[in-house]
Design a protein around this ligand. Structure first.
Ligand SMILES: CC(C)(COP(=O)(O)OP(=O)(O)OC[C@H]1O[C@@H](n2cnc3c(N)ncnc32)[C@H](O)[C@@H]1OP(=O)(O)O)[C@@H](O)C(=O)NCCC(=O)NCCS
Length: 149
């Protein structure tokens, strides 16, 4: 399976069906889609995207000492392809790209049901649990990328 660069529009299908079902489609468009630093990675099968994630420079109060801090949003794998290593491939490719760009930290708001996935991919939790309306409990999770250089 090959991880490739895709557009923000390509990400809307999985964001809507997997991350925000029954929510207005407008919530699947992120302001961060238009940041200059933003890129989107995806995996195609038979012309359809079956896993994707969106990465951008974005600060977080936990990491004020770091200059180059990036965030993941919209990580999703189509239901029938979950557990086959695709999400891990997306994260590994993003980490390699971000490391090249001297990104020090990759962080995101992880939903509770996905903690295990991110932990298996080497991410750690930080801070308190918080609620995102309509989605549920989350924690910030992160990985230091500088050690990968
Ligand atoms: C969470 C998600 C993105 C993971 O993607 P995926 O393609 O299924 O993940 P992978 O197959 O690469 O999983 C890597 C490892 O994590 C494990 N894993 C995957 N999802 C997991 C979960 N929710 N809980 C615990 N472990 C999980 C896999 O079994 C695999 O383990 P292994 O290395 O021992 O084989 C995907 O399941 C998904 O889209 N879930 C619904 C939406 C969601 O919660 N997104 C995250 C929002 S923060």
């Amino acid at each position: 399976m090959m991880v490739v660069h895709i557009s923000s529009i390509d990400c809307i299908d999985l964001r809507s069906r997997i991350l925000r079902p029954n929510q207005p489609i407008e919530l699947c468009h992120f302001a961060e889609d238009h940041f200059e630093s933003t890129f989107h990675l995806g995996i195609f099968k038979n012309g359809k995207i079956i896993s994707n994630g969106t990465f951008m420079q974005n600060t977080n109060p936990h990491f004020t000492e770091n200059k180059n801090v990036c965030r993941l949003r919209g990580m999703a794998t189509d239901t029938q392809f979950q557990g086959q290593g695709l999400g891990r491939l997306i994260l590994e490719k993003a980490e390699a790209i971000l490391t090249e760009k001297n990104c020090e930290i990759l962080w995101f708001n992880a939903r509770e049901s996905a903690f295990g996935f991110y932990e298996k991919c080497g991410y750690k939790k930080i801070g308190d649990m918080f609620d995102i309306a309509g989605v549920g409990p989350h924690k910030v999770m992160f990985k230091k990328l500088t050690h990968l250089i």
